[in-house]
Design a protein around this ligand. Structure first.
Ligand code: ZN
Length: 155
């Protein structure tokens, strides 16, 4: 596939997810809730994580922001919900590596699936924080959820 048509395919994935916002809306139960803001673009997200043991049972969120930030969190929930924390870790790491690679990191489509669509955004410095917003919120919330679970077992 030519670069031009690949770019427009990625564009379609992003626009489609920005419209559908999979798993959006705040739901119960959840162990941790975080609120993250991207001051550069004005994107905001409130995100909840529900873990069952080490399985990510649900990621629910409400967000306001540009289509990159909306699409990114939508793709992320599609990729991560239902997986164990152990399975989530390399996907999350690969996304961060791609976004921080300034377009120099060749994304692994087997790991990132639709999230490879953000490879183009990695070249646009102003959009990197947009694409990372939901992913950083998830990292924060899941760390909090795990430390809460840890406290429960310590009791
Ligand atoms: Zn944005």
């Amino acid at each position: 596939m030519s670069t031009a048509s690949l770019d427009s395919l990625y564009q379609d994935i992003i626009l489609d997810h920005a419209k559908r916002k999979l798993n959006s809306g705040l739901r119960e139960p959840y162990e941790a809730e975080v609120h993250h803001v991207n001051p550069t673009c004005g994107d905001e997200i409130t995100l909840r994580v529900h873990l069952d043991g080490d399985v990510v049972k649900d990621i629910s969120y409400e967000n306001l922001g540009c289509s990159i930030s909306s699409a990114s969190v939508s793709v992320m929930t599609e990729l991560l919900v239902g997986k164990t924390l152990e399975e989530v870790e390399p996907i999350h790491a690969a996304f961060l590596e791609m976004m921080r690679g300034k377009g120099q990191v060749e994304p692994d489509e087997d790991v990132l699936e639709d999230a490879v669509a953000f490879a183009g955004a990695a070249k646009l410095t102003a959009r990197i924080k947009c694409a990372l917003l939901g992913w950083m919120a998830f990292q924060d919330a899941s760390a909090q959820a795990q430390s809460d679970t840890q406290k429960e077992t310590d009791k």
